[in-house]
Design a protein around this ligand. Structure first.
Ligand code: SAH
Length: 226
């Protein structure tokens, strides 16, 4: 019993010691080198314990330069994509941000390090519940998780300063545009499951909506409640 406890303590200490340099390497090699420069995005990426938000059997690969499976056919995005999308919305301390597609909760945690409130919606019940529990254990009191179809947004808390959609939609859901503040930004992968998708930046202005494709991406599909 005592030995098992000792081994457990030693292994969590070892985890802690190895996770720190792994995150620092990730930030330098995968983010800064590729042009991510927003200081609060970089410090959030340095801080969030990604290895605690992936399934146990993926922990060793948590800081790899790739997406990883998180169960239920879903994935946690590659660190660079998370940083890129976070930078694209120009997050500020006082912002309230809506995320569609909680998944592992990692993108929500990165946002929560920077902005004041994060509202995140997940359609797969098991994933939403797991993320809620994990984010609670990590102490994120400013993340609110809802289990629902994110197509309709979260009108009770609208309008949002920014919206981050992490599943690929065939078109931009109108409710999300409505729930975005004037002057606000939304980042969303658009395209079908079988074609190249584009990461689209939506800017809502006084005279309408401006969209720009930023780069080709590959995301899991935006699904709809039956
Ligand atoms: N942001 C996540 C990425 C998860 S992948 C992370 O950091 O780990 C995309 C997620 O979007 C999946 O968990 C999927 O179940 C969810 N999703 C797909 N369609 C959705 C919808 N209509 N509403 C809410 N979530 C949705």
């Amino acid at each position: 019993m005592k030995t098992i406890l000792m081994i457990m303590i030693a292994s969590s200490f070892l985890n802690f010691l190895t996770a720190l340099p792994a995150r620092e390497n990730m930030v330098n090699a995968q983010l800064i080198r590729r042009g991510i420069s927003h200081p609060s995005v970089l410090s959030a990426m340095r801080k969030v314990e990604r290895h605690k938000l992936v399934p146990d059997n993926m922990r060793r690969r948590a800081y790899d330069d790739s997406p990883l499976p998180i169960g239920y056919g879903q994935t946690i995005s590659q660190p660079y994509i998370v940083a890129f999308m976070t930078e694209a919305i120009l997050p500020e301390k006082n912002h309230r941000v809506l995320e569609i597609g909680t998944g592992s909760g990692y993108q929500a945690a990165v946002l929560a390090e920077i902005v004041s409130e994060v509202y995140t919606i997940e359609i797969v019940k098991e994933l939403g519940e797991r993320a809620k529990k994990d984010l609670g254990e990590l102490g994120y009191g400013n993340i609110h998780v809802k289990l629902a179809d994110g197509y309709y947004g979260w009108s009770e808390h609208a309008p949002f300063d920014a919206i981050v959609v992490t599943a690929a939609a065939e078109y931009i859901p109108p409710a999300l545009v409505e729930q975005l503040k004037t002057g606000g930004r939304m980042i969303i992968p658009v395209g079908s499951n079988f074609m190249v998708q584009q990461l689209v930046l939506v800017e809502k202005t006084e005279d309408g909506v401006r969209t720009r494709s930023l780069m080709p991406v590959r995301f899991v599909p935006f699904t709809r409640e039956k």
